[in-house]
Design a protein. Structure first.
Length: 464
């Protein structure tokens, strides 16, 4: 009896790990339409967000176990926590620390909200904001501290890329067939928070949304994954050709056909961040391939080139652009009422005014403290990704640099729409921040040989 239970326990311990749980999160985030939730739980009933809570609980349980073991050291002399001592260990902790600082800022703004006269709907969204932040933090902490293996990080990296490619494929189908397709998805136990209004259009073209709530969110999610997809097209020599090149091609095509100014801007930011880290031999072919896909789109979709150029040439008279400019006056007015801690995270409801700028919204809802906390979190993620790349030889830096590009693309999108009001963008951003911390933890470990092999695509298993 015991002999049979022991192998099963070993399988659970070694096969179902942090990467497995985060892979489930990626599947739920991309595959299930964001409108579908567990109705009794309200806004916190998103299946993907529930996995975020599970990640936080798992991390907390592991932290308690590690704390209990900190009375001694391992046989190699490393502290029982598994974090290497010295400056490198401190670097590994930066993303986690920045995440905790953001949580403290959210809780402080929540207290500020409850200390003033507050309506029931504001209190409800403020509570949901705290709950959502806990779920996002769980993703960050699990990815940053509990993966610890370069091959498992690469597998999670691949699954995010594949999910992005499939989401792009759905968007392309929506664009060409003028149908949402997600209206046929019915999952027992899940209910729609709002009806599907059909496909939206802009400049005479269908704007795909995939499984996201809005086309802008769809475009930003794809631009966040685009640097990662290009990275696997560069270094995924162990992958089959279709699996290697399909995601990057589909994502780039979907971005070009999204008729979204935000998506194009964020894609440019992500690629610019990544270019210095790409191998020199790959830069030319990548730019030629991107240009070739652009020419293909403009030749096969009449009017697309003029529509894309019009998004930028006519920005002075565009109503959405003008709305973003007008938002500054509203934001500064409310910011002056509580400049330090704000009026409460997620309490500035759309019925007051749609700011279309998450940084302005953070300034209103969380004050200077909250805005600085978010900027510090993004900066820590970028520093972790670049620091991880600095420990690797030039030909093996593609994946950490791609994470930096994805984080930069998502961070730039916060200036273009109220991203934290949607589920997919913040969930993906916090996941990438955690993966950046995880890569730093592996590449900064005393033994780097396995990391280099895994990054180079040799598929060797390695434990930090």
């Amino acid at each position: 009896m015991s002999s049979g239970a022991e192998p099963r326990a070993r399988w659970w311990r070694h096969r179902f790990d942090a990467t497995s749980l985060l892979s489930i999160y990626v599947f739920l985030l991309f595959a299930i339409p964001s409108r579908l939730i567990i109705a009794p739980l309200g806004g916190a009933g998103s299946p993907a967000l529930l996995v975020g809570f599970a990640a936080l609980l798992w991390w907390g349980w592991n932290a308690v176990r590690q704390l209990a073991r900190r009375t001694g050291t391992t046989s190699t002399g490393t502290p029982a926590s598994g974090i290497s001592p010295g400056p490198r260990g401190a670097r590994v902790e930066r993303v986690s620390l920045a995440g905790f600082v953001l949580l403290c800022a959210v809780l402080a703004s929540y207290v500020m909200a409850t200390l003033r006269p507050i309506s029931a709907d504001e209190l409800s969204t403020a509570t949901l904001g705290v709950v959502s932040c806990l779920g996002w933090l769980g993703l960050l902490l699990l990815g940053a501290t509990m993966i610890g293996r370069a091959d498992r990080l690469t597998q999670l990296f691949d699954r995010v890329v594949l999910a992005g490619g499939l989401l792009a494929l759905l968007g392309l189908a929506q664009f060409f067939f003028h149908q949402t397709f997600i209206d046929i998805i019915q999952i027992p136990g899940l209910s729609a928070t709002q009806p599907i209004y059909g496909v939206q259009s802009r400049e005479g073209f269908t704007r795909p949304a995939g499984t996201a709530i809005h086309p802008i969110e769809f475009g930003v999610v794809l631009t966040t994954v685009l640097p990662m997809a290009i990275a696997r097209a560069i270094d995924g020599r162990e992958l089959r050709p279709v699996r290697r090149y399909f995601p990057a091609s589909a994502i780039l095509l979907a971005i070009l056909l999204s008729v979204s100014r935000s998506a194009l801007v964020c894609a440019a930011v992500g690629i610019i961040v990544c270019i210095p880290g790409w191998p020199r031999r790959a830069r030319g072919p990548i730019m030629v391939a991107c240009g070739g896909l652009g020419v293909l789109v403009f030749l096969t979709v009449p009017g697309m080139l003029g529509s894309i150029l019009g998004l930028f040439s006519g920005i002075g008279t565009d109503s959405s652009a003008q709305s973003r400019v007008d938002s500054w006056g509203f934001a500064l007015h409310y910011f002056a009422e509580s400049p330090i801690l704000g009026r409460g995270f997620a309490t500035f409801l759309p019925k007051y005014h749609i700011l279309d700028n998450q940084y302005l919204l953070l300034l209103v809802e969380m004050g200077v403290v909250g805005l600085v906390a978010v900027l510090a979190l993004v900066a820590s993620g970028l520093r972790s990704a670049f620091a991880a790349a600095s420990f690797l030889p030039p030909e093996s830096r593609v994946q950490p640099i791609a994470l930096a590009g994805g984080i930069a693309a998502a961070a730039s999108s916060l200036a273009l729409f109220d991203a934290f009001s949607f589920p997919m963008v913040p969930g993906l951003l916090f996941l990438l921040l955690g993966m950046a911390g995880g890569w730093l933890g592996c590449s900064a470990a005393p033994s780097d040989t396995g990391v280099l092999a895994a990054v180079a695509g040799r598929g060797e298993s390695y434990r930090c």
